[in-house]
Design a protein around this ligand. Structure first.
Ligand SMILES: NC(=O)c1ccc[n+]([C@@H]2O[C@H](COP(=O)([O-])OP(=O)(O)OC[C@H]3O[C@@H](n4cnc5c(N)ncnc54)[C@H](O)[C@@H]3O)[C@@H](O)[C@H]2O)c1
Length: 269
C-alpha cells in the first residue's frame, strides 16, 4: 500500500486532469472520506464545492486545495435549494454530485429510539435522495445536454449487517435508491449516471476515536478484510474519480466495493 505522500506524488506526476473542467459537489467533505475526495478531485482539475455542516474544517480544507466551502445540511430542502441556486449562478452547470455525508448511531434494535432512528435515516438516506434530486435538476440544465455522474456513499454494511440497525438499514436503502435513480435517468434518455461506492472499514475520525477508546477495535476492523488491514480514504477517492470521470461512461446503477474483499470472505474461514 502506498503511503499518503506517495499517493499524491503518483497522482500529481501521472494522473492529474481526469476531471479537468468538471464542476463537483461533495457532501460531508469536511472530514474523512469526503475530505479525501475533495482533495483528489481538486488534484484532478475539478472545481469543487465542499458542502458540509462543519464550517471550520470545511473552510480550512477548501482553502488548502483551491475548493470552495458551502454550508449544507443534507436533511434540509431549503439548504439544497440554496446550493442549487449558487451552483447555477456561479458555474452554470454541475457534472458530479457525491452524496457522502453520513453519521452512525451505534444503537441496536432494542436500544434505538424513534428520534435517533429518524435523525440517522434523514441524514444517511433522505439526505442522499435530496442530493440526487438536486443533482438531476442541475444536470438536466447542463450546457452539453442532460449529463452528469451521481455517486452515493454506501458501505459494506449494505450487504453485511452490523448491530447499528439504523445505519445498516440506511446503507441497504442507498442501494435501492441508487438503482432507481439510475434506471429513471436512463429510461428518460438522460446521460446521467448514478452509482454507489461500498467502503469497508476505512481509517477516518470515527474509527480513530473508537480505536483510542477501545484498542481491540483496530484488530477487529483489520480482520474484516482478507487483506488484513483497513482501507484508506485515498483508496475510496480513487474509485470516486473513476466513477466521476468519462472513463465510467457505461457504468450506471452499479455497486462498487472498496473493501479489501470483506464481503467475499466467509466469516468463519
Ligand atoms: N469510515 C468508514 O469506515 C466507512 C465505511 C463505510 C462507509 N462509510 C461512509 O462514508 C461516508 C463518510 O464517512 P467518514 O468515515 O468519512 O465520516 P466522517 O465523520 O469523517 O465525515 C462525515 C462528514 O459528514 C458531515 N455531515 C454529517 N451530517 C451532515 C449533514 N446533516 N449535512 C452535511 N454534512 C453532514 C460531517 O460534518 C463530516 O464532515 C459516510 O456516508 C459513511 O457512512 C464510512
Amino acid at each position: 500500500m502506498a503511503a499518503q505522500s506517495e499517493w499524491y506524488s503518483i497522482i500529481g506526476s501521472s494522473m492529474s486532469g481526469r476531471l479537468a473542467g468538471k464542476v463537483a459537489v461533495v457532501t460531508g467533505g469536511a472530514s474523512g472520506i469526503g475530505e479525501g475526495i475533495v482533495r483528489r478531485f481538486s488534484t484532478e482539475g475539478a472545481r469543487v464545492l465542499l458542502a458540509d455542516l462543519d464550517e471550520a474544517n470545511g473552510t480550512a480544507i477548501a482553502a488548502e486545495c483551491g475548493a470552495e466551502f458551502v454550508t449544507l445540511d443534507v436533511t434540509s430542502v431549503e439548504s439544497w435549494q440554496a446550493l442549487e441556486t449558487k451552483t447555477k449562478a456561479d458555474f452554470g452547470r454541475l457534472d458530479i454530485m457525491v452524496n457522502n455525508a453520513g453519521i452512525v448511531s451505534n444503537l441496536d434494535i432494542t436500544a434505538v429510539t424513534l428520534e435517533v432512528w429518524q435523525r440517522l435515516i434523514n441524514v444517511n438516506l433522505t439526505g442522499v435522495m435530496l442530493g440526487c434530486q438536486t443533482a438531476i435538476s442541475l444536470m438536466r440544465g447542463h450546457p452539453a445536454g442532460e449529463t452528469g455522474s451521481i455517486i452515493n456513499m454506501a458501505s459494506s454494511t449494505s450487504y453485511l449487517a452490523i448491530p447499528d440497525v439504523a445505519y445498516t438499514t440506511s446503507k441497504a436503502g442507498v442501494v435501492g435508491l441508487t438503482k432507481s435513480v439510475a434506471v429513471h435517468c436512463a429510461n428518460e434518455g438522460f446521460n446521467i449516471r448514478c452509482n454507489s461506492i461500498h467502503p469497508g472499514a476505512t481509517l477516518t475520525a470515527i474509527l480513530k476515536t473508537a480505536i483510542e477508546q477501545m484498542p481491540e477495535v483496530e484488530e477487529a476492523c483489520k480482520r474484516m478484510s482478507p487483506l488484513n488491514r483497513m482501507g484508506t480514504v485515498e483508496e475510496v477517492a480513487a474509485m470516486a474519480v473513476f466513477l466521476a470521470s468519462d472513463e465510467a461512461s457505461f457504468c450506471t446503477g452499479g455497486q462498487y466495493a472498496v473493501e479489501g474483499g470483506t464481503v467475499s470472505q466467509h466469516p468463519r474461514m
